[in-house]
Design a protein around this ligand. Structure first.
Ligand code: GCO
Length: 255
């Protein structure tokens, strides 16, 4: 057995929001572990580029552009993948966004946009894929949480609320679907160098604060999330469900 239990050979993995950032790194990492990848995003041009980079590296990959925060689009998108590409064994709910502003100035639309993108999408996609996984009696769903699933920070109330929700949806889904052999876990990234965090990286004071606030003393590189994703997706984690694995340099362990 040995390392074989970490292999994703023969599995299909759908990663939402995988044109760039964490989603793209995870898609590449799962491909390297043997999975056939289905990339997803809203921007067809970005998605095509991401697909090309995976294929150029010799990986089996497909791409489907649809909006995971739209209930109908999510369901139709999943049905198309199941019928045209293959059975989704692994779903990574990664698509997410943020906007930073004082809560007292926050418009309703911004609140709804963030909750819809970060939280509704996880429900729509898990429900659509879960229906198929239930029939097959197997599947691994991984929800991308955040250190904001545990901790607050000024100016990002909707993001923090959404990521707290994603953490608890992970536990709720694990409770519902364990009897069907479906495992549902989360990964909680700390601060990583991604497009979502561009403004924070440029802000030298903030960037230095992140490093000093993190026991390992630095920002994370997206590749450092791959081990957690491969583990949770694979048979190596066959008795692990409802768990949130923080990959944050120790940030949630300290004040
Ligand atoms: C922020 C960031 C964070 C990070 C990440 C940390 O404004 O502090 O957007 O939320 O992106 O989610 O885990």
């Amino acid at each position: 057995m040995g390392l074989d239990r970490f292999s994703l050979k023969g599995r299909y993995a759908l990663v939402t929001g995988s044109s760039q950032g964490i989603g793209h790194a995870l898609a590449k990492g799962l491909a390297e572990a043997g999975a056939t990848i289905v990339l997803n995003g809203r921007d067809e041009v970005k998605l095509e580029k991401a697909l090309e980079s995976l294929r150029t590296a010799g990986h089996a990959a497909h791409a489907r552009a649809f909006d995971v925060s739209d209930s109908k689009a999510a369901t139709t998108g999943v049905e198309a993948i199941e019928h045209e590409i293959g059975p989704i064994d692994i779903l990574i709910n990664n698509a997410g966004m943020t906007r930073r502003m004082p809560t007292e100035d926050l418009p309703d639309e911004t609140w709804h946009e963030i909750i819809r993108t970060n939280l509704d999408s996880v429900f729509y996609m898990s429900r659509a894929v879960g229906r198929h996984m239930i029939g097959r009696k197997r599947g691994s769903i991984i929800n991308i949480c955040s250190v904001m699933s545990e901790l607050g920070r000024p100016t990002i109330v909707p993001y923090t609320a959404s990521k707290g929700g994603v953490k608890m949806m992970t536990k709720g889904l694990a409770a519902d679907w364990g009897k069907h052999g479906i495992r549902v876990n989360g990964i909680g990234p700390g601060y990583f160098k991604t497009p979502l965090n561009e403004a924070l990286i440029k802000d030298e004071t903030f960037s230095a604060w992140v490093a000093s606030r993190t026991p390992l003393g630095r920002w994370g590189e997206v590749d450092e999330l791959v081990g957690a994703a491969v583990f949770l997706a694979s048979d190596a984690a066959s008795f692990v469900t409802g768990h949130i694995l923080y990959v944050e340099g120790g940030m949630t362990s300290v004040v």
